[in-house]
Ligand binder design. Structure first.
Ligand code: ADP
Ligand code: MG
Length: 341
């Protein structure tokens, strides 16, 4: 989706966070620079421990940066408390009050802010309608499914009409089917309400599905920032190539021999075929044939050294008949090579 506008909602500059423990100092976040645009769905993607949650907590104000700055909507909030920031957070372990009805749960934040009763009720109903729970206001949380409880948590944040919503692995507790369904719903909801979403996940498919842009985190720093397509098709580093999609790298002398490149080359498995169809060729032996449902993955030991994975889709054409140990020729187009670093 094209970005709604180029107005900056969140600006992070040289953001750094150290945690001092008795034994040592952990640098959780290191020199993070990031501009998030108004109305954007941006995802912080990275493995566990890469600093995603810490960045989110600093934006929310639950954690103060060791150095660097956070500007929200043009205002430097670096040392402001959470309640002075126009952001709301949705966590994975959504804190819903079990003794209150769904509607009371959603109203709760407004009650604390002393919003008059009628307005409170109307806004809570609207927020419940936003998450497709209009008819569930009278239920107790225990009478809802996991996915519905997650939507209540979302409605509790939306009812405050924040400019920015921070979501820390909000779908992490759901099973795969429900999770995939919620990914689409959440994306649609975001488009509908037009709130800027900063979404955290370690799941690359989730990030690719939902985001306008993705910031890939590694060791507390952003390794690459771009659209799903940019990140998938043009990974900037070996880490990104491996973390987003299947790593398929040719290095050193093998890269030189096969592609004429002195640097590491990445080729996505689905761009490599068996046989002599492309302008690049590589000989090798099949090491492993793996059936993955919608495709077969063939891992090939290359004669020049190294290995490549070819992914052959099951698209109605004949499926590949190769076995471990078979000699094969792989081919691809030079246009699908991507030089890394
Ligand atoms: P992620 O959300 O990507 O899994 P985190 O931001 O939670 O990563 O953590 C980044 C790093 O900072 C990790 O090494 C983690 O152990 C460390 N860390 C996070 N919070 C604290 C804390 N309160 N005290 C000490 N270390 C912390
Ligand atoms: Mg985390």
């Amino acid at each position: 989706m094209p970005l709604m506008s180029r107005e900056v909602a969140i600006s992070l500059r040289s953001l750094r966070k150290e945690f001092k423990t008795a034994a040592r100092t952990v640098v959780a976040v290191d020199s993070v620079d990031l501009d998030v645009y108004n109305g954007e769905f941006i995802t912080l993607l990275g493995p566990s421990g890469s600093g995603k949650t810490t960045v989110l907590r600093m934006i929310a104000g639950f954690e103060l940066p060791t150095s660097g700055s956070i500007v929200l909507d043009g205002q430097d909030v670096s040392d402001k408390p959470p309640f002075d920031r126009d952001v709301n957070t949705v966590f994975q372990d959504y804190a819903i009050f079990p003794h209150m009805s769904v509607l009371e749960n959603v109203e709760y934040g407004l009650r604390v802010k002393k919003v008059p009763a009628v307005e409170r009720r109307n806004r809570a109903r609207e927020a419940l309608a936003n998450v497709a729970l209009a008819d569930f206001g009278d239920r107790k949380p225990s009478q809802l499914s996991g996915g519905q409880r997650q939507r209540v948590a979302l409605a509790r944040a939306l009812v405050n009409r924040p400019k920015v919503l921070l979501l820390d692995e909000p779908l992490g507790a759901l099973d795969l089917k429900l999770r995939e369904q919620m990914q689409i719903e959440l994306k649609e909801l975001q488009r509908e309400v037009g709130i800027t979403f900063v979404f955290v996940t370690h799941d690359q498919e989730e990030a690719l599905t939902m985001s306008d842009r993705i910031a890939v985190f590694n060791n507390g720093a952003i390794e690459q920032l771009g659209t799903a397509r940019e990140i998938y098709e043009h990974p900037a580093t070996e880490f990104v190539a491996g973390f987003v999609g299947v790593a398929n790298l040719i290095r050193g002398e093998s890269a030189q021999a096969l592609t004429g490149q002195s640097r590491t080359v990445s080729i996505r498995p689905e761009m490599i075929s068996l046989g002599e169809t492309g302008d690049r060729r590589a000989q090798g032996h099949v090491r492993e044939v793996i059936y993955v449902g919608n495709a077969t993955r063939i891992i090939v030991e290359l004669a020049v050294g190294g290995q490549l994975i070819a992914s052959q889709p099951h698209d109605g054409r004949s499926t590949p008949h190769v076995h471990t140990g078979d000699p094969v020729t792989l081919s691809w187009s030079a246009a699908h090579e991507y030089v890394i670093g």
